[in-house]
Design a protein around this ligand. Structure first.
Ligand SMILES: *Cc1c(COP(=O)(O)O)cnc(C)c1O
Length: 312
């Protein structure tokens, strides 16, 4: 099933800050694997799609906000692999559709809007039953693809790459971090940059995710305890919040390295890493792998919204 995807290239980058810190810095470009189904969202979908196929489901149903990278990727992956798709979107319908949702519809996804109160029940058996009754036999994937199948796919993100000392990743639910941490060897460390405010709340959730994964019958690659760390200072005010400093950073980063970053996730992590390099957070001679988790589709909608704000 992964045949149509490019293996993600690893790109070495350099700059004054990197040289001064004395580290080697590489970027794992998950954003380049496929034009639509890319980033960590593909890895989180992979084993969900395989399970759905194996169990003979023909329809996938999942959840997301109106700008969701996961909705975008699920619509495209469903279309590529021959599933019908239903996207349950948080909040009310807004017309015209934003770029994310109009792409999803073009890929054949049926959109269903759900008020916030009901949406909050999305992981309860009662709501699942309601959805099964309304739509028939559907394979339900949680928001963001964040289940144990999702963790399983994320074990393959770094797997096999040369030994880096630190693997850095932006983090929302930390499903991606959990998979990466499980794939590391002793001496390697995964560093997660939450994009939500007060990201420390994720620590017990990560522990639970790792425990549940290791207790499941899914394959685990290493026996050594996963080593990870949260860096919570680079949320820029919270989810999907940006400021001029972050926008300028992304723009300069793209000009200097020819790597576009998304504003919601990767720009914050790359900014954080550059800032930590200036502070001497990493040892001289260390090697870093920064995981570019994709998400670039969201920039179109974000830039439209920023433009509207700047005109008010
Ligand atoms: C969803 C997403 C993340 C966060 O992944 P989690 O597994 O929820 O931590 C990071 N980067 C991008 C680009 C994403 O779309």
């Amino acid at each position: 099933m992964s045949l149509i995807f490019f293996p993600p290239p690893i790109q070495k980058i350099n700059s004054e800050i990197i040289r001064c810190a004395g580290v080697d810095l590489y970027v794992l470009r998950l954003d380049l694997m496929h034009p639509w189904v890319n980033g960590n969202k593909w890895f989180k979908l992979k084993y969900n799609l395989l399970e759905a196929k194996e169990k003979n489901f023909t329809t996938l149903l999942t959840f997301g906000g109106a700008y969701s990278n996961h909705i975008y990727a699920t619509a495209a992956a469903g279309n590529l692999f021959g599933f019908r798709t239903i996207g349950v979107i948080r909040g009310e319908e807004r017309l015209p559709l934003n770029p994310t949702l109009s792409f999803a519809v073009q890929q054949g996804m049926q959109l269903v809007y759900m008020n916030r109160e009901m949406y909050r029940q999305r992981n309860t058996p009662a709501l699942e039953e309601y959805l099964q009754q309304r739509f028939g036999e559907v394979f339900i994937i949680p928001e963001g693809g964040s289940n144990l199948n999702g963790v399983r796919g994320c074990i393959e993100i770094v797997g096999g790459a040369i030994a880096f000392d630190h693997i850095c990743v932006a983090c929302g639910t930390a499903t991606t971090l959990a998979g990466i941490a499980l794939s590391l060897d002793e001496g390697q460390r995964a560093i997660a940059f939450p994009v939500l405010k007060n990201g420390a709340f994720l620590a017990p959730e990560i522990e639970t995710l790792l425990t549940n994964y290791l207790a499941s019958d899914l394959p685990a690659p290493s026996n050594s305890p996963a080593s990870w760390e949260l860096v919570c200072d680079y949320h820029f005010g919270g989810y999907a919040k940006v400021n001029d400093e972050l926008l300028l950073f992304s723009q300069q980063f793209r000009e200097e390295h020819d790597i576009p970053l998304d504003y919601v996730y990767t720009a914050k992590m790359f900014y954080g890493v550059m800032d930590l390099l200036k502070q001497g957070f990493f040892g001289k001679g260390d090697s870093l792998l920064l995981v570019h988790t994709g998400g670039l589709q969201g920039n179109v909608g974000m830039e439209e919204r920023l433009e509207i704000v700047s005109k008010i």
